[in-house]
Design a binder for this molecule. Structure first.
Ligand code: ATP
Ligand code: MG
Length: 363
């Protein structure tokens, strides 16, 4: 059987710096665990503009469609601010998401014990927290027609339409149930069926998919406003939260702040199952290209390493290896190793990007 394939797109700013540490982890897996990956690398964003004259070349797009998973660093930077809209680095990222049809966006919120005091909430509310938000990414109010600013009866009216078809709900629901099977087997589906027809359909379809295909998964329903409150009050009650594009946007940012620094947060975007049964997938840190610290060896590589761990779990069926990496990160943090973004009021000397990589590999 061919080795699992990975396309690495380091991108701009701190992207290449944090990606260098992931490459060391991949090297380690090959050397110590006998796990070989077919790794290829290409440019995206500003780096692609410089190499190809466009933020994502067709040849790169074709590679992304062919591999088991894509791992992306970050795109953008002040250098590219004056480019035409179509050439902006962000367009490269959007093209990948759109053409790969990545409809399920996964944002885990996991609280490492050593960083529990970074949370805006009390330590005991968040210590040990491990939840996963699955946000529908390609439909809903961000795309529904009609949309626009129109004139009606002598004044302007701004219109957006929340629109979900049954098949759009079905496919993201299946993603959430599949993910829950590898976790605590509990899904909370979030909408506002009390005031929105799309919410009524959402609830009905999610329930039908669970009953027919995932009877082993516990399913609960919650209104979005209550979910926001519960995330802040008692977030550990959740395992997987399944929700639409707009509610997911808001709730995932809320959940992110339960756990602390931007430099710690991974994400995945999944599409339809491929021939091997695993979803089309792209993994990336939640943070951006951080031009203010680029080139200084200050960037925290953990978000990108955790994104690769998600790839191990969801694209390569190597959940044990993902756990190995997460456990190493937990240990390093418990030992007090910190990049500059994780320095608390107690002070100390931060490690560099590669210093953090050293510590994780040693652990
Ligand atoms: P984008 O629009 O691309 O999402 P952004 O404006 O949200 O970018 P980021 O690039 O994510 O901004 O950076 C926000 C702040 O967080 C910056 O001060 C940056 O230095 C810091 N930051 C982001 N990622 C990291 C990281 N991996 N390690 C340390 N600091 C980071
Ligand atoms: Mg941002």
């Amino acid at each position: 059987m061919a080795n699992p394939s990975l396309l690495i797109l380091p991108g701009d700013g701190i992207g290449p710096e944090v990606m260098a540490e992931v490459k060391r982890v991949i090297g380690w897996l090959g050397e110590k665990r006998g796990l070989a990956f077919d790794v290829s690398e290409d440019a995206v964003g500003g780096a692609a503009y410089e190499k190809y004259g466009v933020p994502l070349d067709d040849s790169t797009m074709a590679k992304a469609q062919a591999v088991d998973a894509v791992l992306l660093g970050a795109v953008g930077g002040p250098k590219y601010d004056t480019l035409d809209f179509a050439l902006k680095p962000e367009r490269g990222l959007l093209r990948l998401r759109k053409e790969m049809d990545l409809y399920a966006n996964l944002r885990p919120a996991q609280c490492f014990d050593a960083l529990a005091d970074f949370s805006s909430l009390k330590r005991d509310v968040v210590a040990g927290l491990d939840i996963l938000i699955v946000r529908e990414l390609t439909s809903g109010v961000y795309f529904g027609e009609p949309r626009g600013i129109f004139t009606e009866g002598g004044e302007r009216v701004g219109i957006n339409t929340q629109r979900y078809t049954e098949s759009q709900i079905e496919r993201v629901a299946r993603s959430a149930f599949e993910l829950a099977r590898k976790r605590a087997k509990k899904v909370t589906s979030v909408e506002k069926a009390n005031v929105m027809e799309s919410g009524i359909l959402w609830r009905e379809v999610v329930t039908r998919i669970r009953d027919a295909e995932y009877p082993d998964i516990e399913l609960g329903h919650m209104y979005a406003d209550n979910c926001a409150m519960q995330l802040v009050r008692a977030p550990k009650q959740f395992d997987v939260i399944l929700t639409d594009n707009l509610f997911g946007d808001i709730l995932s940012d809320c959940a992110a702040m339960l756990t602390g620094s931007l430099g710690m947060l991974p994400s995945a975007s999944l599409g339809a199952p491929m021939a091997n049964g695993r979803p089309k997938a792209m993994y990336e840190p939640v943070h951006g290209s951080a031009p203010d610290i680029a080139g200084q060896g200050k960037a925290n590589p953990i978000a990108t390493i955790l994104s690769f761990a998600m790839a191990l779990r969801y694209s390569y069926d190597l959940g044990d290896e993902a756990t190995r990496i997460e456990t190493a990160i937990e240990k390093v943090l418990a030992d007090g190793v910190r990049t500059a973004d994780l320095m608390g009021p107690e002070g100390g000397t931060p490690v560099t990007t590669s210093g953090m990589g050293d510590a994780i590999l040693a652990a």
